[in-house]
Every structure is written in structure tokens, then in C-alpha cells.
Design a protein. Sequence first.
Length: 263
Amino acid sequence: MQINPGAAEFPHRQIATQLKTQVRRGDWGPGERLPSIPAIAEMFGVAKQTVQRAVDQLRVEGILITKPGSGTFVRGTRRRLNRLSRGRYGGFRGYHTDLAARYRQQLVSVGRAAAPPEVADAFGVTDGTELLCRRHLVRTDDSPVEVGASWFLPADTAGTSLERAEAFGRPLYQEAEEAIGRRYATATDTISARQPSREEAEILQIRPDTPVLHLLHVAYDERHKPIEVAQATWPGPMTTLTEEYKVPAPAPEQDPDPGLVLG
């Protein structure tokens, strides 16, 4: 392990690149602890502060995770999101067993809360209007990977099971369809990148300067009236969004119009 003092790239970036290479080739596997900061500094012959900057960079990129009092570890595999929110509905309006097997969703709270601007806009109400909010946290074996919330109009949910602080053992949209009496017909997904709030950074166990991906999912009934507005926030560097789709075949060639003169 060595750095090139004459290179244009800063020493901490050179170290980060070499550590990243070692992780990719399997020198340290997911969940494995790296040598201490002083030990890595001695390997490269640099100051501890330089190694700390390299580790900080790899934490922002989602490759490493630091556990206070325990050390620095290789983060587990990235969360692969297939078809954004479509996975929640399954192929035939059934429970998406693949996602259920890989991720554990924990209901955090249920109750009235002030609607943030994007949710208020989706429902066509003023900012801060009190709506029913069901907040959740999704975890893998090693860390939290999603913080989210589902919002409903109180007029739709009054006296229904959606107001209860309990998990339903089936997808939320199926419970909502039965409770509200309207079927989910279409939906839109809007995804953006931003910095996390302080609370999001703490829950997701990421640095405050680590970007997050944020999804706004609006589900409509057959009359295009919103039933549910859902939010999901993921650590950006640890999340990949994958969309699989068919490419249209070429249009069949047509014989030219005999009355058309070409050339």
C-alpha cells in the first residue's frame, strides 16, 4: 500500500481508491471490520487525519459504515429497487414475497400529522393540513435502508382499520382498498435526490452530507382522485434503481403508395 506524493490527486483520495479496490476484490467482505485508522495510516505512511478523510469519503459513497466504539466495517450489499413502487403491488395484485423475504418493514407510528408541502400538493389541500400518517422503517440484516410514510385523507379513513397502530399481514394498499372502498387504478412515482434531514440521517445511520434518494408515490382511483400519497427515502449511495422493460419492435415496413413519386 502506497501513495504517490507527486500525483495530482489528493492523498486521501488515493487511499480511498485503494481501499475501495480491496473491498471490490473481496479482501474485506460485507460486515467485515477494517484495520483501525492508526493501522491503515501506518500502512500508507500518512497521518491519521488523512486516513480519516479517506474513510469519510467511502462512508458518503456507501461503501463503509462506522459503528461507534466498534470500528469501521464494509457495508452490506446495495439495496436493489426493482421498478420503483411497482413492486409493492406484485404481478397479480398479490403480496410481493421477494421483497418481504429480503426486507423487514416495521410500523413506527400511526396518527394525525401536518402534511408536508409535496403531500399537501398531491391531495390538493393546504400545507400543514392534518392527515392520517402511517410511518414505517425498512431494515435488512445489517442496517436500516428506508424511512417512509403513507398519507391518507381523514375523511376516507375515519373509523377504519387504517387508523389502528397495527400491521396487517398484507400489503397496505389491499387494506386501504377494503377500508376506503376504492380501488387503486393508476399511480405516479417522482424521484429526486437531496440532502437528508437530521432525523433521516440519524435513522438511516448515514452522515448528514450523504445524499438520499426520495420517492413520492401517488396512487389514484379510477376517477384519478388520490387515495394514498406515500414517501420513501433511501441512502443514495447504497441504493440502485433498476427498471426492466421491453423495447418496442420495429414497425412493419409498408409498401410505398403507388401514387407517390420518389426520387
